[in-house]
Design a binder for this molecule. Structure first.
Ligand code: DQA
Length: 157
């Protein structure tokens, strides 16, 4: 099973960027933790980060053939990007939205996610643990889908 993890803009600055809000972990620390979680579950991860909306749209588009689930922290694009929302909807791969901070406990403009309605769910406010929980959910969803697909193949034989 392959899962795509997407980190959005400015998450490359984790560790030095507002540590009081986002914690002291660097992006490399989060990725190490996710890879350890994934290898325990026998899952292959592809992890990408971009500060550019179009790159993120392209990553999602390619996931259609390459991944069974997506874990995405769209960062600031959460609140603005119709393009990322449409890409998730179009690719049909189940996605889980994650945030380090609790976006609902922050400025009003962060309370709206354009992405959440096209995701299977959202994890917000648990720091690095948001990613672990998001990955866990993504693996469970991908496994469930795999079973359903195997079941429908059998019944059509
Ligand atoms: C974030 C929350 C967003 O509002 C913000 O723009 C980010 C990070 C989070 O992980 O808490 O860049 O997605």
């Amino acid at each position: 099973m392959r899962i795509l993890v997407i980190h959005g803009p400015n998450l490359n600055l984790l560790g030095e960027r507002q540590p009081d809000v986002y914690g002291k972990h660097k992006l490399a620390d989060i990725n190490r933790l996710l890879r350890a979680d994934a290898s325990r579950e026998g899952v292959t991860l592809r992890i990408v980060q971009s500060n550019h909306e179009g790159d993120i749209v392209d990553f999602i588009g390619k996931a259609k053939k390459a991944a069974q689930a997506i874990v995405i922290n769209p960062a600031a694009y959460t609140h603005t990007s119709v393009a990322i929302r449409d890409a998730i909807e179009a690719c049909g791969v189940p996605a889980v939205e994650v945030h380090l901070s609790n976006i609902y406990a922050r400025e009003k403009f962060r309370h709206t996610s354009l992405i959440a309605p096209v995701c299977r769910g959202q994890v917000s406010g648990f720091g690095v643990m948001s990613y672990s929980l998001g990955l866990q959910a993504a693996i469970a969803i991908a496994n469930e889908r795999k079973k359903q697909r195997a079941g429908s193949r059998k019944s059509s034989r």
